[in-house]
Ligand binder design. Structure first.
Ligand code: SD4
Length: 294
């Protein structure tokens, strides 16, 4: 049986996101529509405090969002440091489709979103505000690296026509410095795909993923013949080798998901705790704990 179509995404919130993506894929829809609509479910859910509405703010109390999307033609769009817009992934898609550029950031991204008809809204929920205020009391305003505070949704899909797309959206590392941008909106870091080969996406500490061109590297290793699992594992091992003597290594978490052209998938992370969800005709949207290095 064919493993097309198939969708894979990060963390527990991958399950409802996959469900939405699957409705599209199962009716012969495109991977691009599937990943956009899929991750929007996490962006809209105020209880998910790492993506979109209800995301944890930066250390000054602002919710700032990063997202990118990429399709089988290697067309891509991204927004970074975007405030007040609940669905950054859809703004990223508009950047891809309506502008000659790939990334818009900050005020410019907001201006563009408003021009495109997106609504300006307050994304800081009471619950996230409260968590922020508690953090402020103990932190003295110091940005922390924390294994717990980053749960980006990254999603990869292969549609019935054999085309790949990917999406990645996040409120980034909680309590980050104002203006900090992570890996998630950066093509090649948080997300990458080559429709000849496969797709990969990241979650975890963005700085470590940017420094190693993480997702691009996973795709490149698949091009050289590695399975999605082995490609993710090799990049995680490189990240570990590079950071193992770093003073903050105990807080470092990174994880990758990958999907190749044949519909084979895999995942690997640095330390335990990362999981992902997969849905196809054969796989019933199951959550799996990723294997880990340390
Ligand atoms: C970031 N990579 O901004 C994002 C956060 C994250 O799972 O992945 N979380 O660094």
């Amino acid at each position: 049986q064919s493993s097309k179509p198939i969708v894979i995404s990060t963390w527990n919130h991958g399950v409802p996101a996959n469900e939405t993506a699957w409705q599209i894929l199962n009716q012969g829809g495109t991977a691009l529509d599937a990943v956009e609509q899929g991750v929007r479910t996490a962006e809209a859910n105020p209880e998910i405090q790492t993506v979109g509405l209800g995301g944890f703010p930066d250390r000054e109390g602002n919710v700032t969002l990063d997202a990118c999307i990429m399709d089988h033609n290697s067309d891509c769009g991204a927004v970074s440091f975007l405030q007040h817009i609940k669905h950054p992934i859809s703004v990223a898609r508009k950047v891809m489709e309506e502008t000659p550029h790939i990334m818009l950031t900050g005020e410019g991204a907001l201006q563009f979103a408003l021009e495109q008809g997106f609504k300006k809204e307050n994304l800081l929920t009471e619950a996230s505000k409260k968590a922020y205020e508690e953090w402020l009391e103990t932190s003295k305003y110091k940005p922390v690296i924390n294994v717990e505070n980053h749960d980006t949704i990254s999603m990869l899909a292969l549609d019935e026509n054999g085309n790949l797309s990917g999406a990645c959206t996040t409120s980034g590392a909680a309590w980050k410095m104002h203006g900090r941008v992570g890996d998630s909106p950066i093509i090649g870091a948080g997300l990458f795909l080559d429709n000849q080969v496969g797709a990969a996406a990241a979650t975890g500490l963005g700085e470590a993923v940017i420094r190693t061109a993480g997702s691009a590297m996973v795709v490149e290793l698949m091009r050289q013949g590695k399975s999605p699992y082995d490609a993710c594992k090799e990049v995680v091992e490189r990240i570990y080798a590079l950071h193992k003597n770093h003073k903050d290594i105990e807080y470092l978490q990174v994880g990758f998901i990958a999907l190749n052209k044949k519909g084979e998938y895999g995942s690997y992370c640095l330390r335990s705790g990362f999981n992902f969800a997969v849905k196809s005709k054969l796989i019933d949207n199951q959550l799996t704990d990723a294997d880990f290095k340390i």
